[in-house]
Design a protein around this ligand. Structure first.
Ligand code: FES
Ligand code: FES
Length: 162
């Protein structure tokens, strides 16, 4: 039996009739066309499907859409400014050449949003641990860590400025 749920996705209210067994990954990709949310392992191992639910990074492949009822979801599509500019975190990934094939990157960027949002500096080993739920077959991870460090520093600088 289908269930009607409403949630907020990238700042817009949506109402959907869903199968209670449906994953948030399938709802976001198939029904809402948010293809930044990648389908990788589908068992919570690769991090490609990471989105924020109420500001917390989760693997959307192992998160049922019914659990998101009444909650706020953020994907990469929701990061750009109203005028279409990339967010500072996305720009940091470009500046640091942290993107190769790109498959893992939207999920990593969403974890980076959570990390940057904490408003504090991390050691590189701490960042490695925080991002350890993400698999990347291309970059060797170092440039990804560089990008996240750069985004954290930019956020701290903007906080200091005011
Ligand atoms: S597709 Fe969700 S963790 Fe791999
Ligand atoms: S950039 Fe290709 S898997 Fe990470």
């Amino acid at each position: 039996m289908l269930e009607i749920i409403s949630m907020r996705v990238n700042g817009k209210d949506v109402e959907l009739a869903i199968d209670p067994r449906e994953s948030l990954l399938d709802t976001l990709r198939r029904r809402l066309g948010l293809t930044s949310v990648k389908k990788g392992c589908e068992v919570g191992e690769c991090g490609a499907c990471t989105v924020l639910v109420e500001g917390e990074a989760i693997d959307s492949c192992i998160y049922l859409t019914v659990w998101a009822k009444g909650k706020s979801i953020l994907t990469v599509e929701g990061l750009k400014s109203p005028t279409g500019e990339l967010s500072p975190i996305q720009q940091a990934f470009i500046d640091e050449a942290a993107v190769q094939c790109g498959f893992c990157i939207p999920g990593i960027i969403m974890s980076a949003v959570e990390i940057v949002g904490a408003g504090r500096r991390y050691e590189r080993d701490e960042l490695r641990k925080l991002l350890s739920g993400h698999l990347c077959r291309c970059t060797g991870y170092e440039k990804i860590i560089d990008a996240v460090e750069k985004a954290v520093e930019a956020k701290l600088a903007s906080q200091r400025a005011g």
